[in-house]
Ligand binder design. Sequence first.
Ligand code: ATP
Length: 303
Amino acid sequence: MLKAENVTKTYNAGKKLALDNFSIDVPEASIYGLLGPNGAGKTTFIRIINQITQADSGSVFINGKKLNPEHIKQIGYMPEERGLYKNMSVGDQILYFGELKGMSKNDALSQAKYWFEQLQIDQWWKKKLSELSKGMAQKIQFVVTVLHRPKLLILDEPFSGFDPVNANLIKDQILKLKNNGTTIILSTHRMESVEEMCDYVALINHAKKVLDGKVFDVREKFKKNIFGVTLAEVNEEMFESFKNRFQISDYSTLNHLVSFDLKNDNDQNLLLNELMKIGKIRSFDEKIPSMNEVFINAVATNN
Ligand SMILES: Nc1ncnc2c1ncn2[C@@H]1O[C@H](COP(=O)(O)OP(=O)(O)OP(=O)(O)O)[C@@H](O)[C@H]1O
């Protein structure tokens, strides 16, 4: 749905390179995580898509068409620094932003009604923004972002400021939007959200893309052939000899259970066979690195 080809952007008359030949492909109706350390270039890319700033070179396409001002109405952008008017009422604010996106008043009202029900905020219409808490205001910002039914939704840290219950509420709404065909770019530092929600990710470091792909494939790529094992009723003598033959790390004994991580360069079925002789197998699973580990690893190796 969105394609970026060799996008390069500099600031300060070319002295500061913020994006260096950045290319990605965002499939339709997917959630695409845009990750990277502070200052990597994520916001710069998002601003280019939103036409707040222009790339020095390279191109961005939406559904095969070169990015142009007509696309703005198809995009919903929730920036990290939220931009609502403190002294305006919630209702007026929503109608104003709806109008900016080309909606009729009636359409904006009926969409607002839908979202106010979904987010359980029916009583807030007449309140001033200054009367709302940070999390409450953020719900309004979310409504403003999705009101005009954008085909492309760009969310920058959408969960910051929400308590766990409201974060879940917003997460479910984002997943629902995706299931209904919206394409979503999610920029976040919360790796657990990436694991839970994203289909694809790209990681930017020092202005360059250092990896991209399906979340599952990216995690698989970083795995180190480590298996976690828990055994009960362990034969101590056999376990000692096993320990001397295989590489064991993170060993612990608790409530008659022995758990350890095992680096396995052998066939895993053979390994399981060996383990079965030592005790009763309670669990045996391959350790796939978390997105947090992938992030730290990828950034460390690309510094
Ligand atoms: N208007 C600007 N003028 C000069 N330099 C800028 C400007 N905006 C961003 N930069 C620089 O460009 C680089 C990329 O910044 P960007 O805001 O895109 O990073 P980011 O990945 O969004 O970071 P964060 O996770 O902290 O939000 C940084 O080194 C930043 O200092």
